[in-house]
Every structure is written in structure tokens, then in C-alpha cells.
Design a protein around this ligand. Structure first.
Ligand code: PLP
Length: 385
């Protein structure tokens, strides 16, 4: 068993592959048992180490310790979904607090912020986070409590400078939270760049197999703000199930090789599609002419992620026809699984969507890159001829 009392000499990916090397003390099992109990025995004096599942669950411990390690934080919490994790951060604020989020971001969270959160009393401003002057102008020193960013940001994969946003937020007395779902801890550690909180839709790359719904928050410090988030999860019962926590831990064991392979394939596809006559534009942070490539090169180590979007030259109907005609890419929402997914986002998001109609979002899986390109190429040829 790894000695966890001294700084480990091992790389994070080594710790991930062994799920931190935890061995079940009772059985010697290298994979943990699944704890299903919802309540815990009290001593005759009414003492208890654990009380009730909504508060804590031994099924969370190893996965939360792993997330803390992966992000270099002080503590982590698992949630029922990425949305549960993200909204808990905002619900831990107080009515009247000012928050700033990106204009272009994961659409359900944006809709929740402009709808529910604003009605509930948060003062929400949406800004273009690639424009640091706009962020600076939107910050209200003493009133802005939180700046939320997502990088690379869904679905244009725009890159936001985490260190610069952290510095601006901190100067104004605000905290910085980063949705790092797409970057994954393999490519970016937001806490080391100055962020205070990291959020993941663990439904995506962390789990990696499109078979659970989960969310995670990792904090730099276990301060009073963090304790309020802990209390929100407990009160709302926004907790993950024991089986899902177990599956997530299993998924994270293979995180590093999975996402490295996905990013390598995404880069290859981005390069080949950029030269394709039916494609107007490829949006991928790994391409040298992509705005934000220089920042991505600085803040992402070892890859640019497995997500890219393409804009089809012949327009909206042609883009829809490509999505309709692919055979290997699965027409489905979500991202980060082993199977490649294609999605016409504007159709999904509806008439108020800011996403261009000619855009197709691609989540690159673990298939052979040549097969993925050939399938797209065939569908593109059919759509334009
Ligand atoms: N953040 C990003 C970047 C996402 O893509 C998603 C889901 O697609 C979420 C957050 C929400 O996560 P979940 O679906 O696990 O609630």
C-alpha cells in the first residue's frame, strides 16, 4: 500500500491508475467495496463518525480524495450531476451578490443563471471572457463575489486565460471558479493558476464511459465559502449514488491514457478537417491560427482536449445533413465518452441559441482516427454534392 503520510514520489497518473493505491483493510481488495447503507450506527453515548448518507458516505471518500489529488486542491465534493455542482456554488451565495459568467458557456447553466438565479436574487452579468478589459469593467469591487469561467468553452472552445481572470477577480475581492470539464485535470490545473474552485461535469471525461451522471467541485482552501457549499449539498441532498461514485472511481483510473488518446485524435481530425473543401472553419484550441491558441499552449499541458467544432461551408441544412448521414459518429448529446459523438447544437438549444446554424460539435472518442475522418468525409461529400 502506498504511504500516504509523506509526499508521494509518484506522478499523478500513477496515483490515478491505482486509485491512490487504497486497499480495503478488511479483505485486501484492490477495488473498493460499494457501500450502500444510508445510515450509520451510533455509540450508546450517541457519538458517530458518520451519521447519514446525505451528509457523507464512505463510497464518496476515495473518489473525492482522488479528485483532490488530481486538481491539487484541499478538498473535493461529489454531486449528483455537473449542474448540481455548479448551481450549488451559486446557491451558496446570498441574494444581492454580484456574479460574472461568460456570454458563451454550457447552455443549461447560462439559462439557469439568467432565469432562476437572477429571479432568486443574484445579480448576474454575462461578459466575453476573452476580453479582459470587459471583465475588468464588469467587476464591482466589494460587490462581485464570484467570477465563473469555462475553458475551453462550449461549443466554440474559446480559451480563457485562467491566471489573468484570477488576478482581476482577486483584485476586486471576488473568487474565481473554473468549469474545467473539457480541459480535464490531465491538461489543466486551474487551482495552480490562481483559481479558487474547479468544477467538473464528471458525467464526461472523468467517468469517460457515458454511463453515469455526476459532478464534482474541488477547492483550493476549506474556508467559510467552501463550508457553505458543503451545507448546500447536504441540505439539497444533491449527492451522487454509491454505485455511481464507484463507477466514477473506476473510470478515473484510466483518465490519463483515455484523454491523451482522445486529444491526439482530435488534433489529427482538426488538422485534416481544416484542409477539407466542405469545411469553412475548424474550432479547436490546438490549431495555431485559433484565437486563444497562445493562451491554450501556456495553460494546457500535453494536449488541447478531445472536443472540436466544425462550421460547414454550405450552411445550416448541409450541417444537419452531415449529422444525419454519418454512420460511425453517434448522433447524441454529451461528450467525453469512448464513442465519438456528433451534434447539431443549434437544433438542440432552440431559437434563442447563439450557436451558429452551420456548426457541428464533435466529441472525439477512442476509435481509429482514420475511421472517424473517413465517416465524416463521406457524409460531407454527400451533403455538398
Ligand atoms: N459543464 C459543461 C462544460 C458541460 O458540457 C455540461 C454538460 O454537458 C455540464 C457542465 C453539466 O453537467 P451535467 O450534465 O453532468 O449536469
Amino acid at each position: 500500500m502506498m504511504d500516504k503520510t509523506r509526499p508521494a514520489p509518484w506522478h499523478t497518473e500513477t496515483l490515478a491508475a491505482q486509485a491512490l493505491g487504497w486497499i480495503d483493510p478488511q479483505t485486501g481488495a484492490v477495488a473498493p467495496p460499494i457501500h450502500m447503507s444510508s445510515t450509520y450506527l451510533r455509540t450508546p453515548g450517541y457519538g458517530t463518525e458518520r451519521a447519514y448518507i446525505r451528509d457523507e458516505n464512505p463510497a464518496f471518500d476515495q473518489a473525492e480524495a482522488m479528485l483532490t489529488k488530481l486538481e491539487g486542491g484541499a478538498a473535493a465534493l461529489l454531486f449528483a450531476s455537473g449542474m448540481a455542482a455548479a448551481t450549488s456554488v451559486f446557491m451558496a451565495l446570498k441574494p444581492g451578490d454580484h456574479v460574472i459568467a461568460p456570454k458563451m458557456m454550457y447552455w443549461s447553466l447560462r439559462n439557469w443563471l439568467i432565469g432562476y438565479a437572477s429571479e432568486w436574487g443574484l445579480d448576474v452579468d454575462l461578459v466575453d471572457m476573452s476580453d479582459l478589459a470587459a471583465l475588468k469593467a464588469a467587476l464591482r469591487p466589494g460587490r462581485t463575489r464570484l467570477v465563473w469561467i469555462e475553458t475551453p468553452g462550449n461549443p466554440l472552445w474559446s480559451v480563457t486565460d485562467i491566471a489573468a481572470c484570477a488576478a482581476l477577480a482577486h483584485q476586486a475581492g471576488a473568487r474565481l471558479a473554473v468549469d474545467s470539464t473539457v480541459a480535464t485535470p490531465v491538461f489543466t490545473q486551474p487551482l495552480s493558476l490562481g483559481a479558487d474552485l474547479v468544477m467538473h461535469s464528471a458525467t464526461k471525461y472523468l467517468n469517460g464511459h457515458s454511463d453515469i451522471c455526476a459532478g464534482a467541485l474541488i477547492t483550493k482552501t476549506t474556508d467559510a465559502d467552501w463550508e457553505r457549499i458543503v451545507a448546500v449539498r447536504y441540505t439539497l441532498g444533491a449527492i451522487i449514488g454509491s454505485v455511481e461514485a464507484w463507477l466514477l472511481l473506476r473510470g478515473m483510473r484510466s483518465l490519463f491514457p483515455r484523454v491523451r488518446q482522445q486529444a491526439a485524435t482530435a488534433l489529427e481530425l482538426a488538422q485534416r478537417l481544416a484542409a477539407h473543401p466542405a469545411i469553412a472553419e475548424v474550432l479547436y484550441p490546438g490549431l495555431p491560427d485559433f484565437p486563444g491558441h497562445a493562451i491554450a499552449t501556456r495553460q494546457m499541458q500535453g494536449g488541447f482536449g478531445g472536443m472540436l467544432s466544425v462550421r460547414v461551408k454550405a450552411g445550416t441544412n448541409a450541417a444537419k445533413a452531415v449529422a444525419a448521414q454519418v454512420e460511425l459518429w453517434q448522433r447524441a448529446t454529451s461528450l467525453g465518452g469512448t464513442e465519438s459523438l456528433i451534434e447539431h447544437r443549434a437544433s438542440i438549444e432552440g431559437p434563442d441559441s447563439p450557436v451558429p446554424g452551420d456548426l457541428l460539435r464533435l466529441s472525439v472518442g477512442l476509435e481509429h482516427p482514420g475511421d472517424l475522418f473517413a465517416d465524416l468525409d463521406r457524409a460531407l461529400q454527400r451533403a455538398i454534392n
